[in-house]
Design a binder for this molecule. Sequence first.
Ligand SMILES: Cc1cc2nc3c(=O)[nH]c(=O)nc-3n(C[C@H](O)[C@H](O)[C@H](O)COP(=O)(O)OP(=O)(O)OC[C@H]3O[C@@H](n4cnc5c(N)ncnc54)[C@H](O)[C@@H]3O)c2cc1C
Length: 410
Amino acid sequence: MKRVAVIGAGFIGMASAAWLMRDGHRVTLFDPTGVAQGASYGNAGTFAPYACIPVNNPSVFGSLPRFLLSSDSPLRLRWGYLPMLAPWLARFLRNSLPQRYEHSVRALAALLGQAQAGYEPLLAAPALAQFVRPRECLYLYSSAASFQAAEPSLALRRALGVPFDVLDTAGIRQLEPNLAPIFERGVLFSGSWHFSNPSGFLQALFEHLAPQGLTLERQTVRAISPNSAGATLHLEGEGVREFDHVVVAAGARSATFAKQCGNAVPLDTERGYHIRYSGAADLISRPVGWAERGFYMTPMQDGIRVAGTVELGGFSPEHNRALLNLLTVASRCALPNLQQPDSSWLGFRPTLPDGLPVLGHARASKHVVYAFGHQHLGLTLAGISGRIVADLIAGRPSALELTPYRPTRF
Ligand SMILES: Cc1cc2nc3c(=O)[nH]c(=O)nc-3n(C[C@H](O)[C@H](O)[C@H](O)COP(=O)(O)OP(=O)(O)OC[C@H]3O[C@@H](n4cnc5c(N)ncnc54)[C@H](O)[C@@H]3O)c2cc1C
């Protein structure tokens, strides 16, 4: 039994804690905000094993300029942030070239192929499984041209074994009769599902594990200093704590810790938003994505959550009213019975320019393990990432070849 600290109590930190406890370790979470208050709080809630096509793909060369300049685009740039973002953006574009893109797709598909198995132990208890809604995600295209443009990526998914069915307007209507008749094509992804309340699930996971010894310290970690036997955590204020192992799962804020432990990682954030329509959850029976508008509408316990968009612009807490407005207008266009949203949220996706997470040991010490950078897929990849973290700490070979996710790849 080892003493393990996990920095960050989002999907990745919580799943890591769960897998580490299965190995009999004594685990302490550190997070000043408590459980599931970062990006893990307000995501679209979809378990999306089909999502192996990252945002960095060859189509960005044609679409990026139009997207960045158009007023109804779901992708925005805060121009004042451009000087800070430029090195990341240059790498992002380099990774959108066909060869590198295909490498990322294959590496993502390998992780996604194990995603369900990674979740099984996290969902074993009925109190946790009750959050799972086993309805496949439906992805929609409002123009035949957009669907045609997506066909190469659908073909690549099929070649990688991702199961799906293509629906016409009648098929879409049969599944979701409340949608406006504006969608030309739909893709229904088998094997996908969603959480009825993602942060509620993580809170329940914590409550399930706490009686077995999981503890949470609501503290900000300032620094990690590895030593020959483990690592010391320096907390904000004067506190220090000694551990045998430390897991860095601080989402979009993880790069500082990596730097302290010998790795320069070009981690930045893709800001994303959600709005909520309380009490409207019965209008759809499953997560419905609208490709051209870049969002999902997901029926949740407290209503329909409309989540998505990408804003490149760092960590400013200021909400982009134009993007929130876009979510409102577009969701009401798709589901005309929606009334007024009653809350909104901004979250920070942790994203590396090749679209792959970092999963591996720190350069400075085998006692420090990294698990961050899960971009649009942190909920989906939590289970398998937690399993890999536990393997790395145990010194066991993983079910996957981990080279594509190594922290030294940059
Ligand atoms: C709009 C939107 C929709 C999304 N939809 C989906 C989806 O449908 N499916 C999917 O799979 N993914 C989705 N995602 C992505 C997913 O939410 C993220 O990839 C995931 O939440 C990342 O989890 P994490 O644990 O790495 O980070 P976080 O949830 O951000 O957790 C990191 C934690 O670290 C803590 N922390 C940071 N610094 C410190 C410090 N110094 N000391 C202590 N603690 C610290 C923070 O307080 C935070 O709680 C979506 C994201 C957004 C924004």
